[in-house]
Design a protein around this ligand. Structure first.
Ligand code: AMP
Length: 307
């Protein structure tokens, strides 16, 4: 098994969906990534920052799942990153109502010594300069995966482009791929993003699944049609955590294995949306994951005769 470094926000979220509303609950990109990656027993470390207001019980959730938290800085007199979002009725789009960077504003990440030789680096959503600093601390990783969002495209595009040029895989949603490339066709957008650096592009399409692009090849992972979708927050990060966790666990970074990783990520993301925030991921069993992977197989397997 290879080691995995995860950088991203560890946050408080306040979420409103057509089904309900939460006050400050546990959230953040690195949180969802870490919880997802721990489902595949990946040997992972979380690199992030929180304020003194962040409950120790939340940190213990990572520790209990085997995550190294020595790179999770606590700024005792600071406040934790806070995000507030509200979903539209279709649940596929949302408005960000508040983003308070707080302790993230002056964060210098430190990758724990014993994780500097990790094979896989998952750069979750946060300031591109922090992502860059993590890349620079690593000792020749096999695979660097980047997730980002429109907030950083709007505010720090030049820095983000520097990160994009240094990664092997980017995961991005359809709207953001269009914003980044000013192309409507996702095929053309993916090609343009590959020209910026990454050899692989994953475009997430919410309830419409995800596309994996490599050279001229495309692989499609559906999203499981679910009876209940409660809160899509963190689905993209959960996908990324499942994707990188699977790759780190198997140690195979080929295009063929990335197809499996995309399915694994999609399966974990399908759980995430069933409850608010991290609730479903925190109560997930290995048996449930296996059953869901089987459902994915059944959903897409067919045996047509090509004449
Ligand atoms: P997702 O739904 O996968 O896009 O991820 C939502 C998570 O990302 C929430 O838990 C937020 O705390 C976190 N988040 C929201 N905005 C940002 C941002 N600008 N940078 C980093 N993380 C963010």
């Amino acid at each position: 098994m290879s080691k995995l470094v995860i950088v991203g926000t560890v946050a408080f979220d306040a979420i409103e969906t057509p089904f309900g509303k939460t006050d400050k609950i546990l959230g953040g990109a690195a949180t969802f990534i870490g919880l997802a990656a721990s489902q595949c027993d990946a040997d992972g470390a979380i690199v992030s920052v929180v304020g003194g207001d962040f409950p120790k019980d939340y940190i213990n959730l990572f520790v209990q799942r085997g995550m190294d938290v020595s790179g999770l800085e606590i700024v005792e007199d600071g406040k934790t990153f806070f995000w507030r979002g509200k979903y539209h009725n279709d649940m596929n789009s949302r408005d960000t109502l508040a983003t308070e960077l707080n302790v993230l504003e002056s964060f210098s990440p430190v990758v724990p010594e014993k994780f500097r030789n990790s094979d896989v680096v998952m750069l979750g959503n946060l300031h591109p300069m922090v992502q860059l600093s993590v890349i620079e601390q690593m000792n020749n990783p096999e695979l660097i995966v980047l997730d980002t969002m429109n907030f950083w495209m709007d505010n720090t595009l030049a820095e983000l482009m520097r990160v994009i040029s240094r990664v092997n895989v980017i995961t991005i949603n359809d709207e953001e791929a269009r914003q980044l490339t000013r192309e409507y066709s996702l095929v053309v957008a993916a090609r343009k993003i590959m020209e910026m650096g990454p050899k692989y592009v994953v475009i997430k399409k919410g309830e419409h699944g995800a596309l994996l692009f490599h050279k001229n090849e495309i692989f499609y992972a559906p999203a499981l049609p679910l009876e209940e979708v409660f809160d899509p927050t963190g689905a993209g990060d959960t996908f990324a955590g499942g994707f990188t966790g699977y790759l780190a666990k198997t140690g195979d970074y080929s295009y063929d294995n990335m197809k499996n990783a995309v399915i694994y990520g999609a399966a974990l993301a399908s759980f995430c949306v069933e409850k608010f925030g991290t609730e479903r991921l925190l109560n997930l069993t290995a048996k449930e994951v296996r059953q869901r992977l089987k459902q994915f197989q059944d959903l897409t397997q067919f045996d047509i005769e090509l004449t």
